[in-house]
Ligand binder design. Structure first.
Ligand code: NAD
Length: 260
């Protein structure tokens, strides 16, 4: 399917690896010019070069922490008029409610709620003026069903979800479409570190932790960044013009429900 976005311009946050990279690759395949972001120059450049050589699209890179004011300003200097914004950043660490005080809460809220809100706020006026825009925020299945050890993620992403729910309905009439994509367990560094922490906490091997988690999923495996990226790119396509403020779960069926 032609996504109808060839020649559009995108900022893809936290995209040197993992789900951000999967999304960047699928957008590049659709002919979108990219501004990629990561915190390590070597990894980011390697990803950018790989995407340039495979898809022949323009790829800019911005080495920065997207959760800082300076990082977001640098991204917007590199791409001041994006048609597409993919909100993404690393997730908060696991723990239990009694581990977290003001500092931990402020960090999680800054990374997974305020950062995407502030970036969207910065790019929405231009999208509204040009009467076309797509803002896709990578959140988590934890928005629909809490993951007890990821309370910082459950809570901060719920705040972002509330912002998108209301704002999507305010900007839709201008051709600006906002939706969220909710990953379940995908085989990235994030899941590797979560499996490490389960292995330590429960005194089982990492292989056993992985096997158990995969067996518990109706699909019997983790998702891949590539298949996730293609769904995220579809949410940036010309075809989602009547799809407003949705939360699209990509979790292999892990969320057990008849509807919703
Ligand atoms: P990841 O931790 O593997 O990170 C992917 C990339 O983002 C890395 O290249 C990393 O360097 C970069 N990055 C992280 N924080 C950054 C920052 N502050 N500034 C710039 N770059 C940054 O994550 P992932 O698995 O690709 O997941 C992406 C998001 O989706 C995370 O918020 C994660 O918590 C969430 N999520 C992931 C899963 C999963 O199974 N992988 C499930 C639910 C939610």
């Amino acid at each position: 399917m032609d996504l109808g976005i060839k020649g559009r311009r995108a900022i893809v946050c936290a995209s040197s690896r993992g789900l951000g990279r999967g999304t960047a690759e699928a957008l590049a395949e659709a002919g979108v010019a990219l501004t990629l972001n990561g915190r390590t120059a070597d990894t980011l450049e390697e990803t950018a070069e790989n995407i340039r050589s495979r898809y022949g699209v323009e790829v800019k890179t911005v080495v920065c922490d997207v959760t800082t004011d300076e990082g977001r300003a640098a991204l917007l200097r590199a791409e001041p008029n994006p048609d597409i914004l993919i909100n993404n950043a690393g997730g908060p660490p696991p723990g239990v409610w009694s581990d977290w005080g003001r500092e931990e809460w402020e960090k999680a809220i800054n990374s997974n709620m305020l950062t995407p809100i502030l970036l969207a706020t910065a790019v929405l006026p231009g999208m509204i003026q040009r009467e076309w825009g797509r803002v896709v925020s990578i959140t988590s299945g934890s928005v629909k069903a809490p993951i007890p050890q990821l309370g910082l993620s459950n809570s901060s992403r719920a705040g972002l979800t509330g912002f998108v729910a209301g704002t999507a309905r305010q900007v839709a009439k201008h051709g600006v479409i906002m939706n969220n994509i909710l990953p379940g367990q995908h085989d990235t560094d994030r899941v590797k570190s979560l499996m490490d922490s389960i292995s330590k906490r429960e005194n089982i091997s990492v292989e056993d932790a992985r096997a158990r988690a995969q067996a518990a999923n109706p699909r019997g495996r983790f998702g891949t960044a590539e298949e996730f990226g293609k769904i995220a790119a579809f949410l940036c396509s010309e075809h989602v013009g009547f799809m407003i403020g949705q939360n699209v779960l990509v979790d292999g069926g892990a969320f057990n429900s008849t509807m919703g």
